[in-house]
Structures are given as C-alpha cells and as structure tokens.
Design a binder for this molecule. Structure first.
Ligand SMILES: C[S@@+](CC[C@H](N)C(=O)[O-])C[C@H]1O[C@@H](n2cnc3c(N)ncnc32)[C@H](O)[C@@H]1O
Length: 217
C-alpha cells in the first residue's frame, strides 16, 4: 500500500485511511453512546455556524441544529464521502475544507465557535492547532472539545498506553494516547479554560481517559 499526499502537511496511508474511515463509520455509534453526555454538555447551544477540526465521518453533526453550517476542516479524503452523506442526512450545510487544523486558511477573528473531538491526539502539532484556534476565534468566541489524554503517571491505564503506543499510533494514523492536552490547553493563552476529566469504560483502554471542556478567547 502506498501513501497519498493530498493536503500539504498531511499524508494518508491508503489502506489505513480507508480502514479508519470504515472503523469510525462502524464503531462511531458505539463510542458516541459513551461520549454523548459529555458532548451534550460542551456542545450545547452551538451557534448556526461552527468550525469543526477533524470532522471525520460526522460524529458531531447531531449537535448542530438542522439548517446550520459546518465548516469542516478535514484533510483525510477517505473520510469525505461519509461526511458529506452524514451532513446531508442531518440537514447541515457542509463547507468542507481539505486542510490541516494547523493551517485552516480562515481569516483572523472570523469565527464564533470551533469544536473538536478526538482530534488533538492525532494532529502533528497540538500547540500550533491551539494557536490557530485562538487566531480565528473572535474575542469571546469558544473552542469546545472532547479529547482523549494520557492517564495519570503510575496508573495501570498509563502503563497500557505506554505499551500500546506504537501499534495504536500505527493503526490510528498517528494518534497518540500519551498527550497531556489539559496542560497544552492551559498554556495556549485562552482567556478562560474549563476542563472536566472523565473516564470511559470501553475495550479500547488507551482511549478511556478523556477531557471535555470549553476555552474562551
Ligand atoms: C479519531 S478521528 C476523530 C474524528 C471525529 N472528530 C470523531 O470524533 O469521530 C481523528 C480525525 O482527525 C483528523 N485529522 C488528523 N490530523 C489532522 C490535522 N492535522 N488537521 C485536521 N484534522 C486532522 C483525521 O483525519 C480524523 O478525521
């Protein structure tokens, strides 16, 4: 299998790109059930135009009101067909940008709300993504996130994350289960950051330590 380099700065492995699109298509509803209470809280009352980083196959479309516009920054082309179909089903006007979250191409201070779920684990440079979010948000705008993070040092989950880090990253196209994203979010220069840690109980142990929250520009 060869790699395809479509978006500058983003390489999709043909086989794994298709696998991940199918995996999130199939497993998405199962993961979504566990994440739903947390997403309902941080994705409540979204404005009618939202920017989503790494929208995948559309797991978060259900949190937008029908008729809303989603500017989806998704460099992974194998995800696009499912994302477009899901947007159609949910009655969302999809503005799909084949770009990386580090360089959205959106103007400074042009956006009221950015969302992401399970994306900062995979981007090449989380600090650059958070700087980009701050750049595009209007003052008072919000970045709302649900992300998986490294477990506390010395815990069994942390040990599993350490042991599985390489096959995990290989399978899920660069996803790291070892990032302390709460620290990155607090260091990013937002006006206010609220973060709630929580735990899932899924067979995907490295993924079970999560945070949800809202950062205000
Ligand atoms: C684990 S999936 C999550 C998808 C979706 N947000 C969800 O919750 O189901 C990670 C997503 O991040 C995207 N991604 C990876 N690197 C990215 C980057 N640099 N910029 C934007 N999206 C990226 C992948 O293509 C993929 O769709």
């Amino acid at each position: 299998m060869t790699d395809i380099d479509l978006t500058p700065g983003f390489v999709v492995h043909r086989g794994r790109g298709a696998f991940n699109a199918a995996f999130f298509g199939a497993m998405g509803p199962v993961l979504e059930q566990s994440l739903r209470p947390h997403k309902r809280r941080v994705f409540a009352d979204l404005p009618t135009t939202v920017v989503e980083l790494g929208a995948g196959v559309g797991a978060n479309l259900r949190y937008l009101s029908p008729g809303s516009t989603l500017v989806a920054v998704e460099p992974n082309v194998p995800m696009h067909r499912r994302l477009q179909a899901a947007a159609h089903r949910h009655g969302i006007d999809l503005d799909l940008r084949e770009r990386v979250a580090e360089h959205t191409g959106l103007p400074d201070r042009s956006v009221d709300c950015v969302i992401s779920s399970l994306v900062l684990c995979t981007v090449a440079d989380p600090a650059a993504v958070l700087a980009e979010v701050r750049r595009i948000l209007r003052p008072g705008g919000t970045y709302r996130f649900v992300e998986h993070v490294a477990a506390k040092d010395g815990t069994p989950t942390r040990w599993v994350q350490r042991v599985l880090r390489r096959p995990w990253a290989w399978t899920f196209e660069g996803c790291s289960c070892e990032r302390d994203l709460a620290v990155a979010l607090r260091a990013a220069g937002f006006d206010h950051v609220g973060i709630d840690p929580f735990r899932l109980h899924t067979p995907f142990v490295p993924f079970n330590t999560q945070i949800a929250g809202i950062a205000r520009a």
